[in-house]
Design a protein around this ligand. Structure first.
Ligand code: PEP
Ligand code: MN
Length: 338
């Protein structure tokens, strides 16, 4: 249930109401925006008589929230959330590009690619150290050594890093070294992992599950917010459909739907959706046009030699062209890409 308060509500009035609701066992989520003051009431409100609240003259409207997701719901917080990733704001007017290889392969590889993606316009470096591979015989990632390589690049080139966590056991390393913790598609419903991430204050990049509905995805985000961490960025990365000409089908509509349903920032990963480098630029442009707050793109200096996802990785020069072309789309919709 949400209670919209009038601008004239005094602090004392609001605090009395809050105490009353807390005493009845409800959890409260308060959101004070530029022109809105909302109290989100979480708990079983089915027996609650909404009309009785209109006796308070400082209450404007009371609404029942039908959706099962509450804290991520835009009805609870109408203003966009901006997630600060070590100084880079995701979710504001500026569109943020993240780029780098699928997997961290060696110190030299990261040392060479980081200045190239940064010069092309990437504000966050991506690289997988723990890799969720479909085959147990494929390269599984360098693990902790990979995180160390990324951390050295972050310091040398002054760029935040995003990397995927696969297990709760790795969390201490990620808290220490990584700026933005990625939860991959295969772990979107690893609820124990989500609960632990909710106890941190680290920014989280929550990818959409391979066959998850938007509601299931938002419920996963709700786990993290319910734990107390509201620094969540959603990442659309394509879903499984009957179409086989791309690896997954990029669900561009999810960007529009999420912008309505939630206040959380939304970024798009066209690389894993397309599965082929030729399609990555046009999907990126479509994502920006649809309202995405950023992109995460796979880039490799020699895709034909990549240990993971070479077929969908862009060479640095193509990545630069992509960023330049996305700048034009950003300008056309009154956003910036700097
Ligand atoms: C990745 O980002 O390298 C990755 C494995 O992505 P996803 O979880 O979307 O498949
Ligand atoms: Mn990949």
């Amino acid at each position: 249930m949400i209670i919209k308060l009038k601008n004239t509500a005094s602090e004392e009035q609001v605090s009395k109401l809050k105490n009353k609701l807390l005493n009845q066992g409800f959890e409260l989520h308060e959101s004070i925006g530029e022109s809105t003051h909302i109290l989100g009431v979480i708990g079983d409100t089915s027996g609650f008589d909404i009309n009785s609240l209109y006796a308070y003259e400082f209450i404007d409207t009371v609404l029942r929230v039908q959706e099962p997701f509450k804290k991520v719901n835009r009805k609870f917080k109408p203003d966009d959330t901006i997630v600060n990733v070590s100084g880079i704001e995701v979710g504001g007017k500026n569109i943020v590009i993240m780029g780098g290889p699928c997997a961290v392969e060696s110190e030299d590889q990261i040392d060479e690619i980081t200045p190239l993606v940064k010069a092309a316009g990437a504000k966050i470096l991506r690289g997988g150290a723990y890799k969720p591979r479909t085959s147990p015989y494929s390269f599984q990632g360098l693990g902790l050594e990979g995180l160390d390589i990324l951390e050295r690049a972050k310091i040398k080139y002054n760029i935040p890093i995003v990397s995927e966590i696969m297990s709760v056991d790795e969390l201490p390393y990620f808290i220490e070294k990584v700026d933005l913790i990625q939860v991959g598609a295969r772990n979107m419903q690893n609820f124990n992992l989500l609960k632990e991430l909710g106890k941190t204050n680290k920014p989280i990049l929550l990818k959409r599950g391979l066959a998850s509905t938007i509601e299931e995805w938002l419920m996963s985000a709700e786990y993290i917010l319910a734990g107390g961490n509201s620094n969540v960025i959603l990442c659309e990365r394509g879903i499984r459909t009957y179409e086989t000409s791309t690896r997954s089908t990029l669900d561009i509509s999810s960007v529009a739907v999420l912008k309505k349903l939630t206040h959380l920032p939304v970024v798009v990963d066209p690389s894993h959706a397309a599965g082929r480098w030729e399609y990555v630029e046009s999907l990126s442009r479509a994502a920006i046009a649809a309202g995405a707050d950023g992109l995460i793109i796979e880039v490799h200096q020699t895709p034909e030699l990549a240990l993971s996802d070479g077929q969908q990785s862009l060479k640095p020069v193509r990545f630069k062209n992509l960023v330049d072309s996305c700048k034009k789309i950003a300008n056309a919709i009154d956003r910036t890409l700097e």
